[in-house]
Each structure stands twice: as structure tokens, then as C-alpha cells.
Design a binder for this molecule. Sequence first.
Ligand SMILES: [Fe+2]
Length: 493
Amino acid sequence: MTATASSASTETFSRADWLRGYESQTEERDYWIDDIEGEIPAELEGTVFRNGPGLLEIGGQSLHHPFDGDGMISAIAIRQGRAYFRNRYVRTEGFLAEQKAGKILYRGVFGTQKPGGWLANIFDLGLKNIANTNILYWGDRLLALWEAAEPHRLDPQTLETFGLDRLDGLLADGDPFSAHPRIDPGSERTGGQRRLVNFAVKTGPSSRIRLYEFDESGRCVEQQERVIPGFAFLHDFALTPNYAIFFQNPIRFNPLPALLGQRTAGQCLASDRNKSTQILVIPRDPKAPLQTFETESCFVFHHANAFETADGAIVVDSVCYDEFPMLEPDRNFKEVDFDSYPRGELFRFTLHPGQPRAERKLLESRTCEFPTQHPRTVGQDARYYYIGAAAAPTGNAPLQSLLKIDLETGDRKLWTVAPRGFIGEPLFVPRPGGIAEDDGWVLSLIYDAARHSSALVILSAQTLEPLARLNLKQHIPYGLHGCFTPQYFGPED
Ligand SMILES: [Fe+2]
């Protein structure tokens, strides 16, 4: 492995630095963060929860894909200018069994096979619920989410794992529950009350999409199911006051190599670039019919937002890749060639009533992922997005910057931690009592290769100036998603 930079990145990072952020973190710790640069805003109070793969090898065997890594939760509780850090693995059945055995016992969905070649993997379709994708605090429950199976519930104070949570009997044994819930800030439909909306998909030759809506207490108040033709790989959705919007990516799934132990399930997915992407608009009113639109072939993991216009159109903003960023069985994620790998760009799709084809417009061509916004503007015509971005304006590279996009003026603000820093999903936290849409802070957990440790950065959302940097005593491997709750879950003293 060399430490030369990728040419597409215009030398904004070294591959050796980037790879160190994928080293496993085996230590679980609790401490007051005593290395703080700048000052934590006095009004900022609450807890940041992050989730992501913490173990990238087991028993000396490297995982083939980071998405197969066991979920590790980090919590940073902030109050009165101080912050307390804690990290814990989710004690899933698979994590406990593999730690005890000291070796890989399960095949990963994305790329990791059990040792022993195809013979050890043939006909083994058992799933390991790795609880590594998102962490949600809603209705007094802290839930680690992984889309293909049930959530795990944890203690928000100690991060101790309580076990699987089937949501008061809503989910059956092994039922999926997406890792991408959306919070409706409240509309006429919900009587002005906030709602958590999430989905679950069971796929095959046709696919069943189940939509759940929960009130503030965590009680499921509405649910419905729609059946759509074809295989559906749905990771995320967008929400408006009246619709849930899904992008059915043009993906083929041939399960035979997985059955035969030659490939993992994720390696059996392939883009079908001759097919268009289907945009499914599911009314939250279960009696109203589903509408389908189409657009150019593309692949979407994450949506930024969606809203309804006065003339009946629906606008959806999404991070699109030309095709599914697939990994071949003979290529480890560490060897990825950024120059030839699909990269995310932000597009706006407008769905006009009566027109089957969506209107598509590029909003941001810089490589970007993990969009977020003020929670009040979810499902509304938001003015600002905050998104992880590459440091260079062109080419594909890891996320090393935060980009603020002003959709009204077209203005951009960029804050970068290149060349030795790498950035995680931003979270927007509104300032208590603030009125302006960007009155608040942007929080992100960064990995700093120069120190081989991570830090929580707190930026002014208006200017993207850093206000505080909370240096941790260890590194947190690159994470996926998380949340902020205004509740403080740190020690009392
Ligand atoms: Fe995601």
C-alpha cells in the first residue's frame, strides 16, 4: 500500500491516512472530554448519538466491506460548555457469538464471507443483524437500526444493550425496519404533531413496502402496505406532509452465486443501466393510489428532502450515483479506485402531475453525501442544506469538507479538514429560540489522521466557522448515521 494521493482528488488526501480511519476500535471508554479547542456554545445542550461499523476485522480476518462491521455507538452529551464521551458496541447475538469464538461465524450481506471458501458458505443465507447503520432516539427509546432486521434497544445513559425491540409487537421475528426514519415536523394531517415515519421492505420478484407512522410517545398510529412489481433496494425515502417518496433503483439481483457460496448477497446486485429509475410516490393516506414516475438510470442511497408545490408538483432532492457502487468479490474496499468508482452528486427531481417523466436538474456537482437540514424544514421548501463533500470541486474522493448550500441564492460555503481530516455525516442543531433557518450549529464527527483520533466539531451554521473542536482520546472508525436529542444523557456531576 502506498501513501500517494488519488489523482482525482487533486491530492487532497493520502490513501494511507484515509485507510487508518478504518482501523477497528476495540476499546470502550467513558470520560469527560478535556481537550477542547474553542468554546462549546453555552446554549448547546443535548446528546449526539452516532452509529457505524467499529470492528473491521474479527480474529485477524479483515472484513471485505465496512458495511459488514459490527455497530458501535458513540454518545457525546453536552451541557454548560462541557461534554462527556462514551462508546459501546451493540451486544447483538452475532457480535457476542463472534467475540466468544474469536472468528467470523456469519457471512456479511455486503462482502464478507466466512473463512473456508465457497464450501463454508454454500446455502448459508443466515443474516447477522449487525445494528450498525443509524441510531434513533424517539418516544424515550434509543434504537440502533439496521434495515434488514429488527432494531436493538439501548440504555441512552449507559449505552447498555437491552436486546431486540419489536416495537410493542409491531414487528415479527426477523422483520425488517429501515435505518432511515424521517421526522415529520407536523402538518394539518398530523394535527400539528410531530411524527416519526419509517418503512420496511421485503423484496423478491415483487416487493412489499410497509409504512409506519409513530406519534411522539412512540405509539404506531398509522400503517399501510403497498406491493410494487420488481426487486427493490430501498435504503432511504423522502417525506412530505402527504407523501412518502421512494426511488426504485434499476438493480438486478441474481441470488444464485450467493446460494452457492461464491458471492455475498450484496455482490449479487448489479446495475441495469438500460432501465430507468422508478420514482414511487406513496400517499400517506392509505386509500389514495400510488403514483409512479421515471427518470434517467441512476442509483440513490440518500435523499436530502422533498416538498409539495402550490401547483401540485412534488420536488425531491437526492444524492445520485451513475450506477450502484458495486464491489467485486475479488476486490477489497481498501483497494477502491476512486477515479473509476461512482460518485454522488445532488440532483433535484420535479414530478409534475400527469407527466410520467420527472424533470431532473443538477444542484451540486461536487462529490457529496449525507445531506441534512433544519428539522423544521423537513417536507418543506427548505432554503439550506448541509452536506459532506469532497475537498476538491471535481473528481471522486472521500468526504473531507462540509458544504452549506443556499438553494435560494445559489451561494455555497465550504469548510474543510483536508488534507489529513475526513468528515462524517453533519447534524444540524437549531439554537433554542432561534428563528432563522440557519440559526444553529452544524455538528460532525471527524477523523484526524494526523492524531489518529476523532473529534466532534461544532460549527456556526450561518458562517460555517468552527466554534469548538472536542478532541477524543481515541479514533472512531468512519460512521454512518446518527441523531441529536436535546436531552442530556451525561453524568450529573
Ligand atoms: Fe444511509
